[in-house]
Design a protein around this ligand. Structure first.
Ligand SMILES: CC(C)(COP(=O)(O)OP(=O)(O)OC[C@H]1O[C@@H](n2cnc3c(N)ncnc32)[C@H](O)[C@@H]1OP(=O)(O)O)[C@@H](O)C(=O)NCCC(=O)NCCS
Length: 200
């Protein structure tokens, strides 16, 4: 039972109706741990910005990804997340980047179950996104929630466009982007990849 002070925030008005009903709920509870999130199957996570102390958790999370998920996220195969790269991914420049993590505090050490990030290109008035959700936590609305928060962040920054590269075999992401209103453009010279764009 959710206490009155912890009732779900109203669904985001810009979410398409189907996702509005079914995406993970960001509960209206903000603490030092972040914003409380309830997955569609009732599991609790905390949504917050990434911090330098997340390096080890990010590397453990990478090890739980399948080779397919890694290729879909990074667009090439990678066997490990090297320490310098993990450091770079956790120490962001807030003027040009946003990186949101979904933290599972039901385990020790706490684990990161999903990451969404944008890199801003001020000269193009746009940002490039990436998102990943751990397999055991997929299909419970977390990818949609992360994407919606990235869209919100881009709007807050006053950007004109959010875009990303998605492999054409990546049906889950293409479907998610379609539902969020992104348009798809094939890449000349790279028949396996699409550029997915949302005008903001
Ligand atoms: C793509 C990804 C982020 C989706 O995350 P998720 O948390 O499972 O997505 P959600 O639960 O929020 O799903 C939202 C909608 O996306 C679509 N979707 C998600 N997974 C799907 C699947 N396996 N098949 C078809 N549609 C799917 C559905 O429309 C879904 O709504 P529904 O569950 O109500 O039908 C996740 O599968 C992932 O991390 N993949 C590997 C990395 C990657 O591909 N990143 C994208 C490129 S940067």
């Amino acid at each position: 039972m959710i206490a009155a002070s912890q009732r779900p925030a109203a669904p985001h008005p810009l979410l398409p109706p189907r996702l509005r009903e079914r995406h993970a709920l960001a509960l209206n509870v903000h603490t030092a741990r972040g914003e409380r999130v309830c997955s569609r199957d009732g599991r609790e996570l905390w949504l917050r910005e990434i911090v330098p102390g997340d390096i080890a958790a990010l590397q453990r999370g990478f090890r739980r990804l399948s080779p397919e998920d890694i290729r879909r996220r990074f667009l090439h195969a990678m066997s490990e997340l090297p320490e310098p790269m993990a450091q770079r991914l956790c120490r962001i420049d807030p003027a040009r980047e946003t990186a949101l993590v979904l933290v599972d505090e039901s385990v020790r050490p706490t684990e990161i179950r999903g990451v969404g990030r944008i890199y801003v290109d001020e000269s193009a008035d746009s940002a490039e996104f990436s998102v990943v959700v751990e397999h055991d936590w997929s299909r419970v609305g977390l990818g949609a929630l992360l994407m919606q928060r990235l869209v919100d962040d881009c709007r807050r920054r006053g950007l004109a466009e959010l875009w990303g590269y998605v492999l054409l075999e990546n049906r889950p992401m293409l479907q998610l982007c379609r539902e969020l209103g992104f348009a798809r453009r094939l890449m000349p010279g790279d028949p396996g990849t699409a550029q997915i764009t949302l005008r903001l």
